[in-house]
Design a protein around this ligand. Structure first.
Ligand code: FES
Length: 324
């Protein structure tokens, strides 16, 4: 083996729905420099071993967002992921197509659902009479106004966050992290006249299905931090409308619940989130939890150091909303 090269065992997901009954993994053994991106390794496989290997890519520079795939169980850009650290950590590289999207062939997925969710959020400026568009073009913005976008303009719509999101997997009604990060971008845009309607429209279900797992933020190759922008949208929605949804009622009740005793009162939380009829639907879940954790009581004792918890709440109460 040439100096500076490493052995790279690579297993690639293969599936051609026109021929294959089931997916399989093809294994290739390459010798590559550790800094070689996974995408380059795939292109080498295609050039030297199997011209039928199918994938998307374009810029090879982490700009176009085409090459998102699952590499050793994590959604990321193949052109931005060097093989060296993957081999050190896992001893091999296993490559799958993105999750939460149907596979068209090999590593190429159908992204219609991803883009459809985005289109539903009307990703364009809506006329704002207070900021009319001169000659049909959006008015300019001050640097302070641009700051409000935070990292959202960096998004390249690669789909890695959507692929990593368990809420998307669980419920097709969830628009996905990218769409919500982009929605945030319009909600804080002072040139947009639809902020209120956007928040009201996204409230029923959509926003509150986020599980706050932060896997989208971990997956994002551009550090857009979608989970933080979803949190901001939730705060804005509560500020606009109060706690009217199960999700928002649960969030507000959770915060107050912990403040009271420093520990969650699960029974009270359910009462604060659901009305009496809805609570009946929670009984099976409640019994399940009771079986698992019989120590749960209706009146948990306040924890020691409750004063410290209160101090934390006071600090948070003084923080500006979007930084909590
Ligand atoms: S090929 Fe463009 S982002 Fe990877």
């Amino acid at each position: 083996m040439e100096a500076g090269l490493v052995k790279a065992p690579i297993e690639v997901y293969r599936f051609d729905p026109t021929h294959d009954r089931a997916p399989r993994y093809d294994r290739f053994e390459l010798e590559l420099a550790p800094h070689t991106p996974v995408l380059t390794a795939l292109l080498k496989i295609r050039a030297d071993s199997d011209p039928s290997l199918t994938m998307r890519y374009s810029c090879r520079s982490s700009i176009c967002g085409s090459c998102a795939m699952v590499i050793n169980s994590k959604s990321r850009l193949a052109c931005q992921t060097p093989i060296g650290p993957e081999l050190e950590r896992h001893g091999r590289i296993v490559i799958d197509p993105m999750r939460n999207m149907p596979v068209l062939r090999d590593l190429v997925v159908e992204m219609g659902g991803f883009w459809g969710n985005y289109r539903k959020l009307e990703p364009h400026l809506i006329d704002n009479p207070e900021r009319p568009m001169p000659e049909g073009r959006p008015s300019s913005m001050s640097p302070e106004e641009v700051e409000r976008f935070k990292e959202t303009p960096r998004c390249i719509a690669c789909g890695a966050c959507y692929s990593a999101c368990p809420a998307v997997e669980h419920d097709a009604a969830f628009p996905g992290p990218m769409s919500l990060a982009k929605l945030y971008r319009f909600v804080v845009d002072p040139r947009d006249g639809g902020q209120r309607e956007r928040l009201l429209k996204i409230q029923p279900g959509g926003l509150w299905l986020c599980l706050r797992c932060h896997l989208c933020t971990e997956a994002c190759p551009k550090d857009v931090r979608p989970s933080e922008r979803i949190r901001d949208l939730k705060e804005m929605a509560i500020a606009l409308q109060g706690a009217t949804e199960h999700g928002s009622k649960h969030a507000v009740a959770f915060k107050e619940n912990i403040r009271e005793r420093g520990v969650l009162n699960e029974f009270k939380l359910v009462r604060q989130t659901y009305n009496p009829i809805e609570m009946l639907g929670q009984v099976p879940q409640g019994l399940k939890i009771r079986r698992k954790k019989p120590e749960i009581t209706q009146t948990p004792k306040p924890i020691e150091g409750l004063a410290e918890v209160e101090k934390l709440y006071e600090i948070l109460d003084d923080e500006p909303e979007a930084t909590k």
